[in-house]
Design a protein around this ligand. Sequence first.
Ligand code: OVM
Length: 394
Amino acid sequence: MDLSSITWDPYDEAVLADPFAHHAVLRDAGAVVWLERYGCFAMARYAEVRAALTDWETFVSGRGVGLADFAREEPWRPPSLLLEADPPLHGRTRGVMNKVVALPALRALQPKWVEQAHALVAGLVGTGPFDAVPALAEAFPLSVFPALVGLREEGRENLIPYGTTAFNAFGPRNALLTRSLENAATATAWVMESCRRDNLLPGGWGELVYAAADHGECSEAEAERLVRSLLTAGVDTTVNGIANLVHAFAENPGQWRKLRAQPDLARKAIEESLRWGGVVQTFFRTTSRAVDIAGTTIPEGSKVLLFLAAANRDPRHWSDPDRFDITRSASGHVGFGFGIHQCLGQMVARFEAEAVLAALIAQVGEIRSTAPATRRINNTLFALGTLPVELIAA
Ligand code: OVM
């Protein structure tokens, strides 16, 4: 079978602003396609994306999960010891972090998070139109996550610009990335400083990571970089996850009514928003050997772009995939990835979303869209720039 070679550019700004409009063509072009423009392979069907994520021995992360091949070019920052690492290193660092990012700690915090979400939403209900991106989607994670890690108060506004840059950096060196690197120099420096032991407040997850170093599970230098992973992966993702969730209901008022009538669908609704929303659109892997995929040989050392968001809407796997339907079973979605690298913070993300959703269900009868939402284009994230809504009291 011959490989389709396409000139289509996934990083064209018009594509990044409306990626789902392009995914069907990509999926239909073949199980594997060649992206001429970047000299890399791409996969966008559910079965192949999930299989590649599962096969970490063939589709490695240690050469970077962006377009840049760390075997050939210098990474923009020292590589992540989780995201950009393979076993055996990854097993050790992930083991350290799994003990830090643990369920009991989150369960203990949940009542307080729900209370905070209720207070935040109470200040927004019935106040007329406002932008839900800063007022809700950014405000909530910023009110809980930095405190959870134990970040100093001063400078937390740097977290989102830094995250934006990190996610742009998985793409090509286009204008978006160049601009982002220039604009976020201060934010990046602040984040790097914030990972140091003396800058972390007692009682947070940052302190726990350093305690693991004291117990010999990792070095202090590794602890510093593991704290950086929390700050890179934990903010812009949850911000846009919550923005997407609110947007999904603003666009689908029938689903909101259904959820309010049956609030125990909240968890399912969150999973469905993770499938449908596509916050993290893509990640790359690099092949460690030649591998045959549906009759196409991908040579060793190839960059392969995996379209997580396209896989999550592949009609070969999901029925009526473009429909946001809170009653469907979205389990098996690859919005958090799959396999050994599957999102470390996924339960933090779910608990944050559950707190926000619980507060909205209790107080809001209607999430009314007051103007079209706008996109903040990014090489990896499907991010909202503005989300004008009005929350009508229940
Ligand atoms: C990291 C990391 C992990 C997941 C996502 C991510 C920027 C970063 O370990 O630095 O996105």
